[in-house]
Write a protein that binds this ligand. Structure first.
Ligand SMILES: Cc1ncc(C[n+]2csc(CCOP(=O)(O)OP(=O)(O)O)c2C)c(N)n1
Length: 900
């Protein structure tokens, strides 16, 4: 072979071929006589020398468009060719059942949707995993974790059907979850959703990009648990099977360097490079495989290209002049797709016909054989070799770039077609051709009626299938929904960590300080402490958490390889292998992925943890809302702490930092319980309740609590009456007043303004105001919706009034509500307020200025609250109101905050 072709570098720039041969022969000699280590060493030395001598050469990080693993390096297929044949047949059965499920559903109800082509291309990749690599959780082993490509779900259901985990009835209810329940069946969700199938799916991946980043942080969290001595290192793996199109999502690639930096050799990505996405080619004019190779290799991953099946081996062996490799290097993906969509004769003429050498190579093949030349991701032996190499690779995560054909086996109806992604209806000839193509033992009639096919229980293939899974710990995917029974954390008495907040006696502190102090005490708790996971995205100092660096350490898989500059300080930056804080750097997407891993550890690892992710509230729901939504789907349990919250409370920072909307987004997540507390004691009560609900009662809820950096005088928890119930349900009265002329409902930092307004009203206008602390408009609104509905659905029955109505029904005094959020939040309870109701809020873009100016700008400060109260008390008396405005110093001509 002409060795110059092995580089993949075009020959036309080779000005001295003989010299090239000599260099290559020298390297080949070293490889053959001394071995690959020495060859690698020499290449590294040459590279270093080139740098030193100013040659300015850099490895292109691309290898030729051929398999990374050479045929002679492939291990034998377990069970030999007989086993391989059985597994290939099983993959065909899965393909058929998956296809039948989607086509059936859409024949009956055209709107249901679903995908055939993605799984058709990924089936062999999944099957090799299921038969040989994906180890389930059993008594001894905690299980590998697999992130499944979402729109390949029909194939995963098809396998569960063969394994006996799902019935034919279940398959009949694919994408009909509501109808299924009416028939006593569970129904199959469109994509992996633990919320909807809590005993089946572990990880929600339906929104592209979330699976990849979550998988990386999951692998990292596994290491964290192992390094902290909370989990035994059992060599568990995290696998993620994703699409090549999905790699365009920023989140997919965002954490690649973390994975290599942390040497996560417990992590394997399989990217199904069928070269197509929804609309067309992923990189029509280039090579997505090469692009991904560069990106992953550059980020420090071990890259395995799995491009061609075994039948190509002999073609490459005959490629003496490297013309075949050159042709592949030259052929862009759009063209490869066209070749995939056409037959052997077309490929002979247009691909192999490119040069005399490639034409000669194809001469020994019939058109049918050319047609059947498989891509690497459809060859189980090659897939097995790649997975084996990945599973045994040490010191780096591995990505397998597996080339496949989208719609594999769908023939003229879908294979390699531009429109194949959305193909969900197939006519009868196509179904019969599919049956013939995969040699499925089903009749024409069964084919046309889309009968599901399950081989007999005593058939060789069924025995093989079940034996393989039995040897790998049983069926997968399987989510441990009842891990709760075994695992519970003991929640300490509230006084142990929050006494200072309950008995604050007017001490000044911000709610952030109060939260961090509670957290610090919880971390010291003998039982609970080690399970608490503080998470920050480079804002620990902002939130006054630097003392925790020293107290519990920052997790670092390498420990601390340097002497920190501040070593003598009590706040010293201490990194440790068993450190407890996850300091993620400036990546909210990464930090929330860590939080999700910790918040679902109770199920994924049977080990409940208590994560607190504390972040700039503006960079939470707004920026990474979809990742939070996925965590909710995954039944996360933990605390999200939105710090420096409130559009006017975070002074100075301006438009992009001041959050006035996160509570509105949080309200849309059904299992997110959110609070905007004003006082430290409220926070103590909320956090205590949250811990009990999540850790003791095992409720699948998580908490969103906003905290602020404004120092406040903190009163003690009232002792004269029980306000805890009110705090948790969303509102309570600070000081009931029978003669109240107006009632002020205020949330979080606005409570202080409302109290000040009440004083002004009394002192300057002789008006009595009653002040209520609203800890959660969202919980109040939810209660109202439920109570109203209950009354509607049970006509005539005595049902409870909404909590808001109950609380406010004793008087008719108008109600003014104010929060540091957009008015949509306080508007959400309007229907339940049994009096005139006026809302004030912070609608509009933030500004950089002082709190006082911001609150004036948004018309939420004490003066504006007082003025608004007076508009209700004075009614239409314009003169009195103008007079009051002048007295209060509010400008009635100022522009609306949303318009400037
Ligand atoms: C965030 C997000 N955007 C868009 C989609 C819709 N979508 C589902 S699959 C798909 C194409 C996937 O292409 P690829 O990753 O290459 O997978 P393939 O089906 O080709 O295997 C798109 C755009 C989604 N699910 N999530």
């Amino acid at each position: 072979m002409d060795l110059s072709s092995a580089s993949g570098i075009a020959k036309d720039i080779d000005i001295d071929a003989q010299e090239t041969q000599e260099w290559l022969q020298a390297l080949q000699g070293v490889l053959q006589e001394v071995g690959p280590d020495r060859a690698r060493f020499l290449l590294s030395r040459m590279s270093a020398a080139a740098q030193q001598w100013g040659i300015n050469w850099r490895d292109a990080r691309n290898t030729p468009y051929i398999n990374t693993i050479r045929p002679e390096q492939e291990p034998p297929f377990p069970g030999g060719s007989d086993a391989q044949a059985i597994e290939e047949h099983l993959a065909s059965v899965m393909r058929w059942n998956a296809l039948a499920m989607v086509v059936r559903a859409n024949r009956a109800y055209g709107e249901l949707g679903g995908h055939i082509a993605s799984y058709a291309s990924a089936a062999d990749l999944f099957e090799v995993g299921f038969n040989h690599f994906f180890r389930a959780r059993d008594e001894q082993f905690a299980g590998d974790l697999v992130y499944f490509q979402p729109h390949s779900a029909p194939g995963i259901y098809a396998r569960a059907f063969l394994e006996g985990a799902l019935t034919e009835d279940d398959l009949g209810f694919y994408r009909r979850e509501i109808e299924a329940k009416k028939h006593g069946k569970q129904g199959l969700s469109s994509y992996p959703h633990p919320w909807l199938m809590p005993n089946f799916w572990q990880f929600p991946t339906g929104s592209m990009g979330i699976g990849p980043i979550n998988a990386i942080y999951q692998a990292r969290f596994l290491r964290y648990l192992e390094h902290r001595g909370l989990l035994q290192d059992q060599g568990r793996k995290v696998w993620g099977v994703f699409g090549d199109g999905e790699m365009d999502e920023p989140e997919s690639l965002a954490a690649l360097s973390l994975a290599s930096r942390e040497k996560l050799d417990n992590l394997i990505f399989v990217v199904n490079c069928n070269l197509q996405r929804l609309d067309g080619p992923v990189r029509g004019n280039g090579h997505i495989v090469d692009e991904l190779e560069t990106i992953f290799a550059g980020a420090g991953w071990n890259v395995v290209k799995l491009l061609w099946g075994s039948d190509w081996d002999s073609l490459f062996a005959r490629d003496k002049d490297g013309e075949l490799i050159d042709a592949l290097n030259r052929t862009v993906d759009g063209q490869l797709q066209t070749f995939a969509a056409n037959d052997g004769a077309f490929n002979r003429e247009h691909f192999f016909g490119q040069t005399a050498g490639t034409r000669r190579i194809a001469e020994t093949l019939t058109d049918e054989e050319i047609n059947r030349l498989r891509r690497g991701g459809h060859d189980m032996k090659k897939i097995h070799a790649a997975y084996h190499a990945a599973a045994n690779h040490r010191g780096q995560p591995t990505v397998i770039l597996a080339q496949t054909k989208k719609g594999y086996g769908m023939g003229a109806a879908g294979e390699g077609k531009m429109t194949t992604h959305q193909q969900k209806k197939l006519d009868e000839e196509v179904l019969i051709a599919f049956r013939n193509r995969f040699k499925l033992p089903i009749s024409d009639e069964q084919c046309k009626s889309l009968a599901f096919y399950k081989p007999a229980a005593d058939s060789a293939e069924m025995k093989h299938l079940l034996a393989r899974r039995a040897s790998l710990g049983g069926r997968m995917p399987r989510r441990a929904a009842n891990a709760d029974d075994k695992a519970q954390l003991r929640v300490p008495a509230i006084e142990t960590h929050a006494k200072f907040a309950l008995d604050a006696e007017g001490k000044e502190m911000s709610s952030t300080m109060a939260l961090v102090r509670m957290l610090g005490s919880m971390l010291k708790d003998a039982d609970l402490g080690r399970y608490v996971v503080p998470i920050v995205a480079d804002e620990a100092r902002t939130f006054g958490m630097a003392n925790l660096f020293r107290q519990v350490g920052i997790y670092s898989s390498q420990g601390q390889l340097y002497e920190p500059e501040d070593i003598g300080s009590i706040l010293s930056y201490r990194e440790a292998k068993d450190g407890q804080i996850l300091e993620e750097g400036i990546t909210e997407a990464g930090a929330i992925s860590s939080w999700t891993a910790a918040a679902t550890s109770y199920s994924v690892h049977g080990l409940p943890m208590l994560p607190f992710y504390i972040y700039y509230s503006m960079f939470g729901f707004q920026r990474i809302g979809d990742l939070i939504w996925a965590a909710a789907d995954q039944r996360a349990r933990g605390f999200l702490i939105g710090a420096t919250s409130g559009r006017t409370t975070l002074g100075g920072e301006g438009l992009q930092h001041q959050d006035g909307s996160s509570h509105v987004t949080a309200a849309g997540i059904p299992n997110c319980v959110s609070y905007d507390p004003a006082y430290a004691y409220e926070m103590a009560v909320i956090v205590d309740d949250g811990m009990r609900r999540m850790l003791e009662r095992n409720e699948d809820v998580f908490y969103y609590v906003t905290v602020t950096n404004e120092n406040e005088e903190q009163p003690s928890l009232p002792q004269d009456r029980d306000v805890k119930d009110g705090i948790l349900r969303g509102m309570y009265c600070l000081a009931p007043k029978a003669d109240a002329q107006v009632r002020l409902l205020a949330a979080g930092p606005m409570l202080k303004e409302a109290l000040s307004a009440a004083r002004t009203l009394r002192e300057q206008f002789g008006v009595t105001a009653e002040v209520w602390s609203v800890t959660s408009f969202t919980e109040l609104a939810r209660d109202g919706i439920a109570a109203e509905r209950q009354a509607r659905l049970q006509p005539g029955a005595k049902s409870a009034l909404p909590y808001v109505t109950q609380q406010l029904q004793s008087g008719k005094a108008p109600v003014i509500a104010v929060s540091d959020y957009v008015r949509t939040l306080s508007e959400s309870i309007r229907a339940y307020v049994p009096a005139r109701y006026v809302t004030l809020g912070t609608d509009g873009f933030g500004r950089s200025d002082t709190r006082a100016n911001l609150r004036d700008f948004f018309e939420v400060d004490a003066r504006w609250i007082a003025y608004t109260a007076l508009t209700e008390v004075f009614g239409a008396d314009a003169a009195k109101l103008k007079d009051a405005a002048a007295k209060l110093g509010v400008d009635l001509d100022k522009p609306l905050s949303t318009s400037v």
